[in-house]
Ligand binder design. Structure first.
Ligand code: TYM
Length: 329
């Protein structure tokens, strides 16, 4: 069985973009792959997190993974900070990457362009991400489009390490869905839907009030053409809604376009609002069921126990090869 690994930061509330670009694909892969899915809480520290909020967002994220359909019996679900080896491997790999490579990462570049004070963590975090991935030798890393560049850097680092110290890491392949890999802001469809936007009108949060989310779909920015067809360049708003529709119904965009020939945006958006509403309702019902009692703690404990032995073994191998360990352990 091929292996997959991915993670999400518990920063802010989980968005429809995270759900469509990451969580939903994870659920669809779990029958075919051996999966490692984690909560990237070390990554969330690149910007200040109010501690109580971080705790809540972390719990919500693990609950959402399960509420969305991930089965902890089959998938290794864990909290990054429970496996200490990530940070240590991140240090070694950080020493193998150049300032130039890190400066080319879009997320860092975007922040740098804003001329604000930037924490060193934002600059360095791709190295920690490389460690998260290479630790477990996954064949594939499913991510949204914005993270593809990081997985490509990870491939370069793996190859560099393997050629310098002999074969140690599997070189992973990023997996970005053709549809849904970049869900856009509903009010500004040329920008990615993101939890960090100042106004939240263009962003749907999975645990938000469902009526508010439906309204956001109905008032999404579109064009004046009133014909439902996919054209990312000239009709970014409607194309974004078509991608959301397609992923949530498992239907092709072509098929959906056919259904709306001769019908206007009002009907299309109304139907999509219902589809989004039903999906959120299903997740929220399940979320309520699993957030009482100690179930989530047990899942995290079991997940960490499955991940740790692999991480220990990999780190020991890395340290042996690099000359860090001087005695046989
Ligand atoms: P994060 O937490 O920003 O996002 C989690 C996942 O959601 C995807 N995503 C989107 N997909 C489609 N449309 C959007 N609007 C959208 N917004 C976010 C992201 O591409 C991502 O797949 N550094 C990573 C977390 C991480 C990780 C890893 C991922 C840490 N270590 C190892 C994979 C492997 C991050 O900040 O993702």
């Amino acid at each position: 069985m091929k292996r997959m690994l991915s993670g999400i930061k518990p920063t802010g509330r989980v968005t429809l973009g995270n759900y469509i670009g990451a969580i939903k694909p994870f659920v669809s892969y779990q029958d075919e792959y051996e999966m490692f899915i984690f909560i990237a809480n070390l990554h969330s520290m690149t910007v200040y997190q109010e501690p109580a909020e971080l705790r809540k967002n972390t719990k919500d994220l693990i609950a959402l993974y399960i509420a969305a359909g991930l089965d902890p019996e089959r998938v290794t679900l864990f909290l990054q900070s429970d496996v200490l080896e990530h940070a240590q491997l991140g240090w070694y790999l950080g020493c193998m990457v150049s300032m130039g490579e890190l400066s080319r990462m879009t997320q860092y570049k975007d922040k740098a362009a804003k001329n604000e004070v930037i924490g060193a963590g934002i600059f360095n975090y791709p190295s920690l991400m490389n460690a998260d991935i290479l630790m477990y030798d996954p064949d594939f890393v499913p991510v949204g489009e914005d993270q593809k560049q990081h997985v490509e850097l990870c491939r370069d680092v793996a190859e560099k390490f393997n050629s310098r110290y002999s074969d140690t890491f599997k070189v992973p392949t990023p997996l970005v869905a053709k549809v849904g890999g970049r869900i856009m802001d509903l009010q500004n469809p040329t920008k990615k839907m993101s939890k960090s936007e100042e106004t939240s009108k263009g962003c749907i949060y999975i645990l938000d009030d469902i009526n508010i989310s439906k309204k956001k779909i109905k008032s999404a920015m579109t064009d004046s053409d009133n014909s439902v067809h996919f054209d990312k360049e000239n009709k970014p708003g409607i194309s974004n809604l078509l991608e959301i529709y397609s992923i949530l119904t498992n239907r092709t965009i072509k098929d959906i376009e056919q259904q709306y020939v001769g019908k206007g945006y009002g009907e299309f958006k109304g139907d999509l609002a219902e589809i989004v509403g039903e999906e959120l309702q299903r997740i929220q019902d399940k979320y309520k069921e699993i957030t009482t009692g100690s179930y989530l703690d047990e899942v995290l404990k079991a997940g960490a126990e499955k991940a740790r032995p692999l991480a220990r073994k990999k780190l020991a191998k890395v340290e042996r090869k690099m000359g860090i360990t001087i005695t046989k352990r």
